[in-house]
Design a protein around this ligand. Structure first.
Ligand code: ASP
Length: 341
């Protein structure tokens, strides 16, 4: 039988760091020598190939252009490998995993993002476990079928749907949560796949979407927010869409000035996408008086989508050049399992 083959794509981030023996500072790991550093990988009996991006970045420097490079590498190698592992800094991993989920239409193979809180080259690093388990997940099949044909995030002991994840802890090894969707797998002695929550492999050819429009923003509401601030945000030159992070089940102030600013922006053609600040639960416009008006003026409900996923989805839909009405429609329906309506 053919050995499972995995392509590891290294983008940067803490996981790939080790202490330079000469200077003592953290420098990127040479994945060309990975078997020397981690001889345990030989026990997996897989074909594991590595690709390091030229410009390794701390993920705080992530850009849509980098997402496109990453998706292109997957596209180029899609037929050759059974699965992909993306080594990525944890800070913006949820944004990147969300973006890739929208870019890779008809995905039928695993794309597992992982990283670590401590560099792989440190004694207590969580990187080695995360790395080895991600490779196992990317390679695993049951009855000849790939187990997780999704863009997902593996960290500590949980496999999460990428576009449902959020980084919620800057220190714990367990750094990600998925408040509105169950784990795709729980990892202990065994890797237990929760099959009823995992997408079925798509049929048809992989289609890779490579356009993003950056003219979007995030407006987080807070008590005391001023008219000037809202006005400036909504009048940002070139702005096409905004994710408005509201309270609770999608609630916002009922002040006339606030609703007038939003209504005027919507009249000008701005898309306003209502996403809750809560880490779990859904927007339900009209449940309270404080969200009823938003519905009336044409704010679009984000249901239980994460902010990271909402941002990637908006950049993707506007970038693809859909009409205003189509974008409104697609924002409110799950395209890659990113929301429950
Ligand atoms: N700042 C790092 C990054 O996101 C943190 C990490 O790798 O987890 O690239």
């Amino acid at each position: 039988m053919k050995k499972p083959s995995i392509l590891v794509l290294y983008t940067g981030g803490t996981i790939g760091m080790m202490k330079d023996p000469k200077t003592g500072s953290l420098v990127p790991f040479d994945f060309g020598n990975i078997y020397e550093h981690m001889p345990i990988l030989r026990n997996l009996d897989y074909v594991i190939d590595f690709y390091s991006f030229k410009n390794l970045i701390d993920s705080s420097n992530m850009t849509p252009e980098f997402w496109i490079e990453l998706a292109e590498k997957i596209e180029e190698n899609y037929e050759k490998y059974d699965g992909f592992v993306v080594l990525h800094g944890s800070d913006t991993m949820a944004y990147s995993a969300s973006a890739l989920s929208f870019m890779l239409e008809n995905l039928a193979k695993p794309v597992v993002f992982t990283g670590s809180q401590l560099p792989m080259g440190m004694v207590r690093s969580d990187g080695r476990e995360n790395f080895v388990t991600s490779i196992e997940i990317a390679a695993s099949k049951a009855n000849g079928m790939t187990c997780v044909p999704e863009v997902c995030i593996f960290f500590e002991n949980q496999l999460l749907r990428g576009n449902r994840s959020t980084k919620f802890n800057a220190e714990n090894f367990n750094a990600f949560s998925s408040g509105n969707y169950p784990t795709l797998a729980d990892v202990g002695i065994k890797i237990k796949y929760n099959r009823e929550f995992i997408a079925k492999p798509a049929e048809g050819r992989l289609i890779v979407h490579k356009k993003f429009d950056r003219n979007v923003g995030i407006l987080k509401l807070f008590p005391g927010i001023t008219q000037d601030f809202v006005k400036h945000a909504l009048n940002t030159p070139g702005l096409k869409g905004i994710i408005m992070e509201t309270y609770g089940s999608g609630n916002a102030p009922t002040s006339k000035w606030f609703l007038d600013e939003l209504a005027a922006a919507i009249q000008r053609g701005l898309l306003i996408f209502n996403v809750t600040q809560c880490k779990s639960g859904s927007v339900e416009m009209g449940r309270y008086e404080t969200s009823l008006n938003l519905d009336k003026i044409g704010v679009v409900s984000g249901y239980d989508i994460t902010t990271e996923s909402a941002l990637a989805k908006m950049m993707y839909l506007i970038g693809e050049g859909y009409s205003h009405e189509e974008i409104k429609k697609y924002l409110q329906m799950p395209l890659r399992g990113e929301m429950t309506i």
